[in-house]
Design a protein around this ligand. Structure first.
Ligand code: RUQ
Ligand code: CUA
Length: 654
């Protein structure tokens, strides 16, 4: 994104200079009482949870608003040495894909689950761009509990966006690619127009448990799909995708994909697609993808490779797809809280077009078309347009809503947030951002019922905002008060990784629903222990299973002998604590992570292959009591083939 936007910035530099709109007065921008508005006194809690994408760090961060305090970094498409995610045997299957173990990906967008278009905040969804996947995070444990890979996709950027009752999480491919069998995929790149296809995936979400499945994929023309939003309320049943490269270029897109005056917003009638499926239309096609699930009772993940998806071709199945012309290389497309208005943000456009859902339906009914793409109608721009916001700024990217009839759009090139009225399209206010804002976010801003109050700009460039840290500076977020007529800058706070999209919701939605520990009696891990007396060591050939317990503040067993160089040693560690916030850690010299962090009532396994003779210490990494530093043990490793007998002790007189 950074690169893309920089190129864009270059292209628009002449324009920017001509208009001379650069943010000024960075110091004077702060209002007098800003500090008191973001001050959350010691012991007090923030009003909102803000879940922020980590971009290239593959994680999500959990931040409080208005304070900007960071509470947690949670691994999603990433390994996390801090808690052993991706290192323990139980978590490895979560990062499995049809390409094998992929421990790192690029996470851009967050979607918080909704019911009736309002936040219910049961789950947070995130996308992996590079090896296309969608993840679901449980917001009672702040743990990634499911990841599904998306086949026939390349660059899963237009994702994840959800329908108003979280019926579907939707994912559009950024890159179109050839699909089908090996012969169909092995084609010259210059046959792009004939052989490449876009796909849009509708992933169903189980109402009760959240389990995902690919319900169907829609074939689409070989455009680039950038972002999307579901219709809501009156437009529930529709989905809107921004497209660029409708030129269908396959080289030097910077130039070749900016030829046309207008690209499209692709409107998808997904209820219509559902009707076709009920009638048995669509065909199953071969596709290879991983589906990974976490089980909270066995405390382990499983990964299953699936091999087909249901595919619908809207060239044959009419009335699923319509195109709305949209100037020029649209990035964000956003629907307002009423579901009536669809805002397109053309990165290179001088205006912001706002489309009317009612007018769109009328145009479809009247067949008010100005052309077609692959037999799918292109609606007449003027017929669908509610109006244009004039001279809004340079490089519009994303729009959110406050629920009071106002829209707020981020402008990358002119580095500002602009507030405008959705009905009258009048610009009401503008504030500078420091610098070059990408996404912006209002708590509940994409839902039918925004919580309003604040706006956060997630900026791409920091320059002088913080103490410098070498060649790379912290990315920055900026918090604005939007409760009055004028937006007021309150706070800068650094973010982790590169923030793209984020969502925020009232803390009251989830803070009393947090899981405090896992009941031991429900621990169905096959190697779980129910008490200290079950601790033991068992050899099976060259595999050694150490069944170990932790409780403040000891390991059992804590002296182990009879291990040989080259053995595969599995430490199955059960944390017997039954109290909130008492994890124990486990580290053994030479292991490839310094930590498994085992939650109360959980069992976790570290695989360790000793490569030399000696006595190796292990210890607890989490400061669990006054005697934490005493929580340690030794494991003796003898040469391969040695006959030192297997022996272990638990420190109790034997
Ligand atoms: S993007 S800065 Cu990857 Cu969501 Cu718009
Ligand atoms: Cu257990 Cu420190």
């Amino acid at each position: 994104m950074k690169t893309k936007l920089w190129l864009l910035a270059g292209a628009a530099v002449a324009m920017a200079l001509a208009n001379g709109c650069k943010p000024k007065g960075a110091q004077s921008a702060l209002s007098g009482d800003a500090a008191s508005k973001v001050y959350v006194a010691p012991g007090q809690h923030d009003e909102f949870y803000n879940i922020i994408s980590g971009g290239f760090n593959g994680q999500m961060s959990v931040v409080g608003l208005p304070s900007g305090r960071v509470f947690k970094i949670l691994p999603v498409f990433s390994v996390h040495p801090e808690n052993g995610w991706g290192f323990s045997e139980e978590t490895k299957p979560m990062l499995n894909t049809s390409h094998g173990f992929v421990p790192w990906d690029d996470l851009h967008h967050i979607a918080i689950s909704t019911t009736n278009a309002e936040h219910d905040a049961r789950w947070a969804f995130g996308n992996a761009n590079n090896t296309p996947r969608i993840a679901r995070v449980d917001l009672t444990t702040f743990k990634t509990v499911e990841i599904i890979e998306i086949p026939n996709s390349g660059g899963n950027h237009s994702s994840p966006f959800i329908t108003e009752n979280t019926e579907y999480v939707v994912a559009g491919t950024r890159f179109s690619v050839p699909t089908g069998d090996d012969n169909q995929r092995d084609v010259p790149i210059e046959t792009y127009k004939e052989n490449f296809r876009g796909t849009i995936s509708f992933i169903s979400v189980d109402k009760e448990h959240g389990d995902m499945d690919i319900a169907f994929q829609l074939e689409a023309p070989p455009f680039n799909f950038d972002l999307a939003r579901a219709g809501k309320k009156k437009s529930h049943g529709w989905f809107f995708f921004s497209t660029y490269n409708t030129e269908m270029a396959h080289t030097l897109l910077e130039v070749n994909a900016s030829q046309k005056d207008k690209d499209f917003i692709m409107a998808v009638n997904w209820k219509k697609a559902e009707e076709y499926i009920k009638q048995g239309k669509g065909k199953k096609v071969k596709a290879k993808y991983a589906h990974n699930k976490w089980n909270e009772e066995t405390h382990m993940a499983t990964s299953v490779i699936k091999d087909e998806v249901l595919s619908l071709d809207p060239r044959e199945l009419k009335d699923i797809i319509y195109f709305i012309p949209c100037p020029k290389s649209p990035h964000g497309t956003d629907t307002d809280p009423s579901g009536e208005y669809i805002v397109g943000s053309g990165k290179l456009a001088a205006i912001i077009p706002v489309f009317s859902f009612t007018k769109m339906l009328k145009a479809i009914e009247n067949q008010d078309f100005e052309g077609s793409v692959d037999g799918m109608p292109v609606l007449r721009y003027e017929s669908v347009l509610h109006g244009e916001v004039e001279k809004p700024g340079l490089g519009p990217l994303h729009t959110e809503f406050d629920g009071k009839g106002n829209a707020y759009t981020s402008f990358f090139v002119s580095s500002e947030v602009v507030k405008w009225n959705i009905e009258t399209l009048q610009v009401l206010d503008r504030v500078p951002t420091y610098y070059s804002v990408g996404h912006l976010m209002i708590p509940g801003g994409p839902t039918g019922k925004p919580h309003g109050k604040y706006l956060v700009a997630y900026n791409k460039i920091t320059k002088d905002r913080y103490l410098p840290t070498g060649p790379e500076l912290a990315h920055s977020a900026q918090l604005y008060d939007i409760s009055g007529d004028k937006m007021q800058l309150l706070l800068d706070f650094p973010t982790i990784g590169e923030p793209h999209y984020a969502e925020a919701f009232p803390a009251t939605l989830i803070k009393d629903k947090q899981v405090k520990f896992y009941p031991l009696e429900k621990n169905n891990h096959p190697r779980a222990l129910k008490g200290i007396n079950d601790a033991r060591v068992v050899r099976e050939g060259n595999k050694v299973h150490v069944y170990m317990t932790t409780i403040r503040s000891n390991f059992r067993p804590d002296n182990i002998e009879g291990i040989r160089v080259g053995d595969e040693v599995y430490f199955h560690v059960t944390n017997l604590e039954q109290d909130w916030d008492v994890p124990h850690g486990f580290a053994v010299k030479g292991a490839n992570t310094a930590e498994l962090l085992i939650m109360p009532g959980e069992t976790s396994t570290l695989k360790w292959i000793p490569d030399r003779v000696g006595v190796f210490p292990f210890y607890c990494t989490d400061f669990c009591s006054a005697l934490h530093q005493e929580m340690q043990g030794y494991i003796r490793v003898s040469p391969a083939g040695s006959n030192v007998p297997l022996k272990y002790s638990t420190g109790v007189a034997e």
